[in-house]
Design a protein around this ligand. Structure first.
Ligand code: SF4
Ligand code: SF4
Length: 173
């Protein structure tokens, strides 16, 4: 969300000219909903209120900034989606509403399906956020789970034939 913040804490990559999280990610302190550009962003340059940015901005780091295995094609302004670590350690792919199929392009799709295989094995499902609708990405399919509230967690169960998703409300997680 903030180029300098990511640079200071991740020690892998700076955000460069990317500002995608300033659009796709919610900033509650500013009443900025997800999928709306923040009024403080200087597109292609970063945050105009860096020193006073809210905590939610300061702590956000997308997966690309601290995963050196991901090529520059994964920088969110190029991929057109953000990968982040949430849901108790699982990955979340947050789509740009205008680019709902961006994650199905290569080199993204094959890698995301591999993460889905690991997510199933490790019981940390990979989630796909398309506006308010959430899905679980399975190795060969997607499972629609509707809307989630902040802090809700998702577990996968397999009945021998197919996967089922169970949402654990934040209060019970
Ligand atoms: S989406 Fe990632 S790379 Fe882009 S500005 Fe936010 S933290 Fe930086
Ligand atoms: S306050 Fe700055 S870092 Fe936070 S969303 Fe707005 S432009 Fe981005």
């Amino acid at each position: 969300m903030d180029a300098q913040a990511a640079n200071q804490t991740a020690n892998v990559r700076s955000c460069g000219s990317c500002t995608m999280c300033c659009k796709l990610i919610e900033a509650p302190e500013l009443n900025k909903p997800a999928h709306v550009w923040c009024g403080n962003v200087k597109k292609g340059a970063g945050c105009s209120v860096h020193a006073q940015r809210p905590l939610s901005c300061a702590v956000f780091q997308c997966f690309w900034t601290f995963n050196p295995a991901l090529s520059d094609e994964w920088r969110p302004d190029r991929a057109r989606f953000i990968v982040s670590v949430e849901n108790g350690g699982g990955l979340v792919i947050t789509l740009d509403k205008g680019q709902p199929t961006a994650w199905r392009r290569e080199p993204y799709h094959s890698q995301i399906r591999r993460w889905a295989e690991l997510g199933v094995a490790n019981r940390k499902p990979v989630l796909l956020a398309n506006g308010d609708r959430m899905s679980v990405i399975l190795p060969n399919d997607e499972l629609d789970i509707g809307a989630l509230r902040p802090g809700d967690q998702v577990e996968l169960e397999h009945d021998g034939l197919r996967f089922h998703a169970r949402v654990i409300p934040a209060a019970a997680a």
